[in-house]
Design a protein around this ligand. Structure first.
Ligand SMILES: *[C@@H]1O[C@H](CO)[C@@H](O)[C@H](O)[C@H]1NC(C)=O
Ligand SMILES: *[C@@H]1O[C@H](CO)[C@@H](O)[C@H](O)[C@H]1NC(C)=O
Ligand SMILES: *[C@@H]1O[C@H](CO)[C@@H](O)[C@H](O)[C@H]1NC(C)=O
Ligand SMILES: *[C@@H]1O[C@H](CO)[C@@H](O)[C@H](O)[C@H]1NC(C)=O
Length: 212
């Protein structure tokens, strides 16, 4: 009996480890020039602009974050500039209204209080490639996913042909509600000291862009 029970326990405890990762093995193809692959693109000879969109976590290994929307953590920066980074929020009310694309660069659609930097780039740190204000670690790019030659629904966000992100749940603190941090798992995103590809508590997923 004891042996049988411990066998069951082993099965139960072992089960999550045996599960195939929810993040599928996709073929990534760059799509669009400048802003053209974003939702609500307004093509015109003079401008390369879109209407509003936001980001959603997609096909993540922690399925409870799938479909959750982007939000922004703003910080007072030097010279009165506001810095910040884009995260995913479990709180529907905290979701940011949106972003747009202007000449191939993502901008905060609603941050109008001057002085403010509204453009969004990757962080300059490869180990911490979050989407940030006041930094320029490279432009955000748009991609299509294919599985077995079949185009998957949606437009995915990444850079350098990488669209897999590391997400990490950050519990609420005294000054801020809980949020899910995200960084692109590009080249040199592994821990520089341990060489581990993911941080403790971090899980993989994609970031989809959705029109408002
Ligand atoms: C993912 O797909 C690529 C190309 O089809 C293949 O080389 C690779 O072995 C696959 N990886 C896994 C983990 O299935
Ligand atoms: C998964 O995400 C939820 C938030 O949607 C969070 O409460 C939970 O702690 C996360 N689990 C892990 C293992 O990160
Ligand atoms: C990304 O993939 C495309 C083919 O889909 C290739 O032409 C391009 O050189 C790749 N870019 C990088 C940075 O690897
Ligand atoms: C990644 O790190 C290796 C050494 O760890 C270095 O040689 C390489 O230049 C780095 N790549 C980039 C893109 O910085």
């Amino acid at each position: 009996m004891t042996v049988f029970l411990s066998f069951i326990v082993t099965l139960l405890l072992g089960a999550p480890m045996a599960l195939v990762s929810a993040v599928p093995n996709v073929t990534v193809t760059p799509i669009g020039r400048g802003c053209s692959a974003y939702p609500n693109w307004y093509p015109s000879p003079e401008s390369d602009t879109t209407g509003g969109f936001r980001f959603r976590a997609d096909q993540a290994d922690n399925s409870s974050i799938n479909g959750l929307y982007s939000s922004v953590r703003y910080f007072p920066g030097s010279n009165g500039l506001r810095s910040g980074n884009i995260v995913i929020t479990p709180n529907t009310m905290g979701a940011t209204p949106g972003f747009c694309c202007v000449n191939g660069v993502i901008e905060d659609l609603y941050l109008t209080t001057a002085p403010a930097v509204t453009t969004i780039y990757f962080s300059a740190s490869l180990y911490d490639a979050q989407l940030t204000y006041l930094e320029d670690g490279g432009k955000v790019e748009t991609y299509a996913h294919e599985i077995g030659g079949v185009r998957q629904d949606g437009v995915f966000i990444g850079a350098g042909n990488v669209t897999t992100w590391g997400f990490k749940y950050q519990p609420a603190s005294a000054s801020e509600p809980d949020y899910i941090e995200m960084r692109l798992l590009g080249p040199n995103s592994s821990d520089p000291t341990t060489g581990k590809p993911l941080r403790d508590g971090e899980f993989k997923g994609f970031l989809k862009v959705e029109g408002l």
